[in-house]
Design a protein around this ligand. Structure first.
Ligand code: PLP
Length: 394
């Protein structure tokens, strides 16, 4: 029975721990500048790394898609909701990532559930980097398999955990780029360990796709084949500026998923118009490589300036540039102070990150101008001056 008192107590505790969250209501499109209520803010918290989410060409592709294919798909893929743009998108995602085939999903969360739940059963073993995305951790736990988490990027620890032999299936799972840290898995080591210990390797390249690697195909795409990384998942809602997600793999694996993945079968296909926007994004990615160059120039500039100021940067060379402030109180206070100056930067707190590692998650995009970064850096310098390193380490 619903116990209102315990729900209220849990909510009160969230507030007391400075963990309360409310979604900001944007009154504008995604972009460098966003409107919240009466005010306009410089935006440093979207995953729209290439500035495509409000690109008129994606919008136009979507509008054309709606005119041609309607606003809803009307059914799940296997019933009658799978339209030509879905098919085309799956084919293009496969060739972009150097795989035989791909299967689309409504979200990355669902794609990750499917990639794990479809292949792993009770009695099997799952190994995860402890900072993997929540969808991967949830996926592993939901299977009833034995779930082991290794220390972040600690592949010796992983090697030890995996060294007990088993007759059952094993899956080794890692983010490519870690979403709250911005650092990267060592794919070569993961591939070797998966091979050594006979595990399937699943890499979630949500933040690498569109940003890193040859043809912007991510950390895995053109670098590692499907023998090495049999399961690759990615989302279309980040650098690609669209929505939806996919699994790319060998044909056999995709055939199996198409028959058995519940997250694919028992849900309405996303609107074909969304797939039209994704197709346009893939085209632009290919035609406008300068977006990535602009992005990496911004990352280099921000890091160099932040380092000079002594800000608590983390080891990231990606658009995710968190500042480790440790306590929830400090993260919230800095975020609020920045907001008062028209700068939108989210405080990320437990349980999204481990206790004592609250941070400001700054994300940079190709659309930021240098003066936008300078404005943020100025504000951060002032905050930092009033709170020297000792306080942050204490
Ligand atoms: C955002 C994210 C997802 C979820 O993708 P959605 O399409 O937003 O559901 C999965 N994995 C990682 C690493 C992510 O950052």
């Amino acid at each position: 029975m619903l116990d209102a008192a315990s729900l209220q107590a849990a909510l009160a505790q969230r507030k007391a721990q400075q963990l309360w969250r409310d979604p900001p209501v944007l009154d504008s499109a995604q972009g460098v500048e966003v409107r919240l209520g009466e005010s306009v803010y410089l935006n440093f918290c979207s995953n729209d790394y290439l500035g495509l989410a409000a690109d008129p060409r994606l919008g136009e592709a979507m509008v054309q898609g709606v005119r041609r294919w309607g606003s809803g798909s009307g059914a799940s893929h296997q019933v009658c909701g799978h339209q030509k743009p879905h098919q085309q998108l799956e084919e293009q995602l496969a060739s972009w990532t150097g795989r035989e085939a791909a299967l689309t999903f409504s979200s990355g969360y669902l794609a990750n559930l499917a990639a794990v739940q479809t292949f792993i059963k009770r009695g099997d073993q799952v190994f995860q980097d402890r900072l993997n995305h929540a969808s991967l951790l949830d996926a592993g736990l939901s299977t009833g398999a034995s779930s082991r988490r290794f220390q972040h990027l600690d592949y010796q620890h992983l090697d030890r955990l995996m060294s007990q032999p088993t007759k059952n299936q094993r899956m080794l799972i890692s983010d490519g780029v870690f979403s709250m840290d911005g650092d990267q898995a060592d794919l070569q080591q993961l591939v070797s360990l998966a091979d050594k210990h006979q595990a399937w390797l699943l890499i979630d390249d949500a933040h690498g796709l569109g940003v890193l690697g040859a043809a912007a195909a991510g950390l895995v795409g053109q670098q590692f084949n499907s023998q090495q990384v049999p399961l690759l998942t990615g989302t279309l809602g980040k650098a690609l500026g669209s929505a939806g997600a996919f699994i790319a793999a060998d044909q056999l694996v995709i055939d199996y998923l198409r028959q058995f993945a519940r997250q694919y079968i028992y849900t309405t296909a996303q609107p074909a118009a969304q797939a039209c926007a994704s197709l346009e994004a893939l085209k632009l990615l290919h035609e406008e490589p300068e977006r990535r160059q602009q992005l990496f120039a911004k990352i280099a500039y921000f890091r160099q300036q932040a380092l000079t100021l002594g800000l608590p940067l983390m080891a990231s060379s990606t658009p995710i540039q968190p500042l480790l402030l440790k306590t929830n109180e400090r993260a919230v206070r800095w975020s609020q102070a920045l907001k008062n100056q028209g700068l939108l930067v989210m405080a990320i707190r437990p349980p999204t990150v481990p206790k004592g590692s609250a941070r400001l998650r700054i994300t940079l995009t190709a659309s930021h101008e240098r003066h936008h970064l300078d404005q943020l850096l100025d504000a951060l310098r002032t905050l930092h001056l009033h709170e020297p390193e000792e306080a942050i380490d204490g």
